[in-house]
Design a protein around this ligand. Structure first.
Ligand code: CO
Length: 212
């Protein structure tokens, strides 16, 4: 079964190339000229949340970074490099942090189980629980608490994006850069905008504001 899936991949690719070239014979030669995506997507690695597909974006339109539970950790060199390149070279206008209901990483953070090495990644999500434990502990229904935790985690990641020297540096230069928090429903396909929008450092608590 797994082999059958794998063995089809190259054929799928060939069929896709033919279909694209059928629509536009210069499709790939145009893409080869470079990219200027207006959007950076920071999402979960979950296989059910394919960035381009759920927002109807074409190749060339979204710069993508994905990890477990769509985390923005200011010590994560991979995330920082993607963010720096997207903001300072590609000059994206929007960054979306997109979480999703049913996120396994967030679920793990709610439990006391050990999952091995990943415990150290999930630890950051547990910190989000601690920041919001009053609100979360007050929700008696476990699934409702899980869904709210997913939303609060996205909000914290949006905040952590705004705290980075990269985002604040862009704002300081007067560069247009909006950051947003979304949650995707894997069971509905629908995106919910959490309305946590930042577009300048004045939206941040004073202690995080950097002077350049
Ligand atoms: Co997830």
């Amino acid at each position: 079964m797994e082999h059958a899936f794998y063995n089809k991949l190259i054929d799928n690719n060939k069929a896709w190339v033919e279909r694209k070239l059928g629509e536009d014979s210069e499709y790939f030669s145009k893409l080869a000229n470079g990219q200027q995506p207006p959007l950076l997507w920071i999402g979960c690695a979950d296989s059910r949340v394919p960035a381009n597909e759920i927002i109807g974006a074409q190749p060339g339109e979204v710069f993508v970074h994905r990890n477990i539970a769509n985390m923005v950790l200011h010590t994560d060199m991979s995330m920082l490099s993607v963010l720096d390149y997207a903001v300072n070279v590609l000059k994206v206008k929007h960054v979306i942090v997109c979480g999703h209901y049913g996120c396994g990483g967030v679920k793990a953070a709610m439990s006391n189980s050990s999952f091995g090495l990943i415990d150290n990644w999930v630890r950051h999500i547990k910190d989000v629980y601690r920041f919001h434990h009053k609100e979360l502990d007050a929700i008696s229904d476990e699934n409702e608490r899980f869904e709210r935790f997913v939303e609060l985690n996205v909000k914290e990641q949006v905040l952590d994006l705004a705290k980075t020297s990269i985002v604040q540096g862009a704002w300081n230069k007067g560069q247009e850069l909006h950051i947003h928090g979304w949650v995707y429903g894997v069971g509905s396909g629908v995106v919910k905008d959490l309305d946590v929008n930042f577009k300048c450092d004045k939206d941040l608590e004073a202690v995080y504001q950097l002077k350049f």
